[in-house]
Design a binder for this molecule. Structure first.
Ligand code: NAP
Length: 289
C-alpha cells in the first residue's frame, strides 16, 4: 500500500497539532507556514518543510489548510506560489479554517475549475483537541470526496459530521462560534460585576457554573479569567473575526442581530488594549481596569 501524501498549510495553534497527528498516523507530510520557525519541531518529527504553499502542495494527494481568515486563505490557495495551481489533477483540497460561506463557495468553484476536489471542514475543539487528534470536523461537500479523504480526517479528529453541500460547514461553525463568543463576552461582564462588588468570586462563580448557565465554555473560560491564565487556546482577534463573520451570515439571511456586533465589540476592545496574542479569556481585562 502506498503512503498517502498530505500537505498542511498553516502551523498555528491548530495546524501544528493537526500536522503532528498526521505524522503520528504514518502519512508522508509536507508543511508550510508563513513564519518558518513554527515548522522546526514538525521537521524534527519527520515532515518535509516547504518554501511556499505551492511547494507543499506539489505531489500531495490531500492538501489541508488551517489559516487565520478569508484573506489569508485566499492568498495561500490562489496567490503567488499558491496551492491550487500546484496541485495534481484529482487531488483533494480541504480548508479547515473558520471562513465565510461566500469565500468557501468561491474557493470550491476555483478548485473545481482547476480539476480538483474540494471539502470545507471547519472544526470544533480547540488547542488541546488538535494536539490530541480529537477535533470534530463539520464537513460540507460531496460524500464521495469525503470517503476518499476520510483517513486524513480520522488521523486528526474523533468525529466527522457531513452536514451537506459546501457552505453548510461554514454556517454551522459560525453559529457555533456566535454562541461561544456571546457567552464569553457576557461571562466577562458578569464576572467583572461580581469582582467590582467585592463578592467571594469562587463562591459566586460556582452558582453560575453549577447552574443553568454552566456550559462547558462557561466552566473552562471562567476558570482562566479568575486565574488570569491567558496562554492562548483561541486568540482574541480570531473570536472578533468569527463574530464579524457570524454577523455577516445573519445579515445575509435577513436576520437583524445586534448581539453578534455587541460581542464582537468586546473582543475588539480587548484586542485594541493589547491582548492580541492572548486567549479569549482576556476579553475580561478591559472591564477590570
Ligand atoms: P493561529 O495560531 O493564529 O494560526 C493562524 C495561522 O494563519 C498561522 O499559520 C499564521 O501564520 C497564518 N497566518 C496569519 N496571517 C497570515 C498571513 N497574512 N499570511 C500567511 N499566513 C498567515 O490561529 P489558530 O488558533 O491555529 O486558528 C486557525 C484557524 O482555525 C482560524 O480560522 C480559527 O478561527 C480556527 N479555529 C481555531 C480554534 C482554536 O481554538 N484555536 C478552534 C476552531 C477553529 P504565522 O504563524 O506566520 O502567523
Amino acid at each position: 500500500m502506498t503512503t498517502m501524501k498530505v500537505a498542511v498549510l498553516g502551523l498555528g495553534i491548530m495546524g501544528s497539532g493537526m500536522a503532528r497527528q498526521l505524522l503520528a498516523a504514518g502519512f508522508e507530510v509536507a508543511v508550510w507556514n508563513r513564519s518558518a520557525d513554527k515548522a522546526a519541531p514538525l521537521v524534527e518529527a519527520g515532515a518535509r518543510i516547504a518554501r511556499t504553499p505551492g511547494d507543499a502542495a506539489t505531489g500531495a494527494d490531500v492538501v489541508v489548510a488551517m489559516l487565520a481568515d478569508d484573506t489569508v486563505s485566499r492568498a495561500v490557495w490562489t496567490g503567488e506560489a499558491g496551492a491550487l495551481a500546484a496541485m495534481a489533477n484529482g487531488a483533494i483540497a480541504i480548508d479547515c479554517s473558520t471562513l465565510t460561506g461566500g469565500w468557501v463557495a468561491e474557493l470550491s468553484g476555483l478548485a473545481e475549475a482547476r480539476g480538483l476536489h474540494f471539502l470545507e471542514a471547519p472544526v470544533t475543539g480547540s488547542r488541546d483537541q488538535a494536539a490530541q487528534g480529537a477535533l470534530r470536523f463539520l464537513v460540507g461537500g460531496e460524500s464521495e470526496v469525503l470517503v476518499n479523504a476520510r483517513p486524513v480526517f480520522d488521523a486528526m479528529g474523533s468525529t466527522v459530521v457531513h452536514l451537506g453541500p459546501v457552505g453548510s460547514g461554514a454556517t454551522v461553525k459560525l453559529a457555533n462560534n456566535f454562541l461561544c463568543g456571546v457567552q464569553a463576552a457576557s461571562l466577562a461582564e458578569a464576572l467583572a460585576l461580581i469582582e467590582k462588588r467585592g463578592l467571594d468570586v469562587e463562591l459566586a462563580m460556582s452558582i453560575l457554573t453549577d447552574g443553568a448557565p454552566g456550559s462547558p465554555l462557561l466552566k473552562a473560560v471562567s476558570r482562566r479569567m479568575i486565574d488570569h491564565a491567558f496562554e492562548p487556546h483561541f486568540l482574541v482577534p480570531l473570536m472578533a473575526k468569527d463574530l464579524g463573520y457570524a454577523g455577516q451570515a445573519l445579515t445575509e439571511a435577513g436576520i437583524v442581530s445586534a448581539i453578534a456586533e455587541a460581542a464582537k465589540a468586546r473582543f475588539m476592545e480587548a484586542d485594541e488594549a493589547g491582548h492580541t496574542d492572548r486567549d479569549i479569556a482576556a476579553v475580561i481585562q478591559p472591564l477590570r481596569s
